[in-house]
Ligand binder design. Structure first.
Ligand code: COI
Length: 357
């Protein structure tokens, strides 16, 4: 285990936290891990008090967006200790994202060790209540200052943690989603499969307009034909039509390879469900709804976990799914995934990285 240099915070901010009303990403724990890339190599990194980083106005990432991030969670296990859910997947995806925007890879083992150490240092920040967790957010960005458009030579990696409850205030209550007809998020050959800041910037205006109309989020269509479903942006999307569980495939490179998406597919296949990763046309959903075969729609994501969709609206047409209630597959999937994460169910897939405390 790496022995990171550690500077303890003089004061804790833990007493400022409203534990019964955590929200999502509102509070930051006392410490963060920071590593620097200079002269073509990453240093060992250190754990320091959470706080501002030195930055020049000319820092290239502010101008050209060379940045990537991840999101994963640590859960208080009912068997004692803490479970970090599938950190290897997030670590690999961070480097995949980096490869798309020319950010040098970070050693996966060191990244995971840094997360473990950070969680241990701020173990009191891991919330105890069911439905809550310590969200772990690694972010990497070009930190050189220049104004020419080119790759940065220096980088900073920061891991911060934040005690969170559900991402959507709706919790497990079904969301209203607006299908984007005017804007697109990602195009083939673009950045869609990378967890990079630009994808989220691309989603903000549509998200704002959707909120103003009373929707929680936007469902993105493919940017070429505008007929196939991609993802929601903060989560992947799944449909149950008849007895088929369907989610859009990863091959086009326009959607994020979600860790929860992968987990849901594995569990569903384990249950013997008829699972397809295949293109889904928006029209197929509306037609299935007319036939009465669109049984469920739900999103999957680290922050969102399993988020049922109760309403889909596209070009002025609205469909209500499963009477606006959570479906049985979404509910069972939520119970199963969270059951594994909180140590209530056996982790037969070996997904939890357990930390004894
Ligand atoms: C996550 O699910 O962890 C995400 O990164 C989605 C969103 C909060 C940006």
């Amino acid at each position: 285990m790496a022995n990171f240099k550690f500077t303890k915070a003089d004061n804790t901010r833990i007493n400022d936290v409203d534990w019964s009303n955590l929200g999502f990403g509102v509070y930051f724990s006392d410490h963060m891990y920071v590593a620097e890339y200079k002269n073509e190599s990453w240093n060992d990194g250190e754990i320091v008090p959470y706080g501002p980083l030195p930055m020049e106005p000319g820092m290239c990432t502010l101008h050209y967006g060379q940045s990537i991030f991840e999101g994963l969670k640590a859960f208080s296990s009912i068997r004692g200790g803490v479970n970090i859910f599938r950190p290897d997947m997030n670590a690999k995806r961070l480097n995949h994202s980096g490869s798309r925007v020319c950010i040098p890879p970070f050693d996966i083992k060191t990244l995971i060790e840094a997360m473990i150490e950070l969680v241990k240092v701020d173990i009191d920040w891991v919330p105890q209540q069911r439905g809550t967790s310590l969200y772990i957010r690694p972010v990497v960005f070009g930190s050189s200052s220049f104004l020419g458009v080119h790759v940065s030579s220096d980088y900073t990696l920061v891991i911060m943690t934040s005690p969170v409850a559900s991402y959507y205030p709706e919790g497990l209550n079904p969301l209203k989603i607006m299908v984007a007809s005017e804007y697109v998020r990602a195009v083939r050959g673009g950045l869609g499969s990378a967890k990079t800041a630009a994808n989220y910037a691309a989603s903000l205006l549509a998200g704002k307009e959707a909120k103003e109309k009373g929707f929680s989020q936007v469902l993105w269509l493919d940017a070429v034909t505008r007929s196939f479903v991609d993802e929601v942006g903060a989560m992947n999307i799944m449909f149950v039509i008849d007895d088929e569980l369907i989610t859009p495939p990863l091959e086009q490179g326009t959607i994020l390879a979600g860790v929860t998406r992968d987990s849901v597919l594995a569990i569903a296949r384990g249950w013997g469900l008829n699972v397809s990763e295949r293109p889904v046309e928006i029209d197929e959903l509306f037609t299935a709804n007319e036939k009465g075969t669109l049984n469920e729609v739900f999103g999957t994501g680290t922050a969102a976990v399993i988020s049922p969709v109760g309403e889909l609206s596209y070009k002025g047409r609205t469909i209500v799914i499963n009477g606006g209630k959570i479906g049985s597959i979404a509910q069972k999937m939520y119970d199963t995934i969270t059951g594994i994460q909180y140590g209530e169910l056996e982790d037969t897939y070996g997904w939890n990285l357990h930390i004894d405390v």
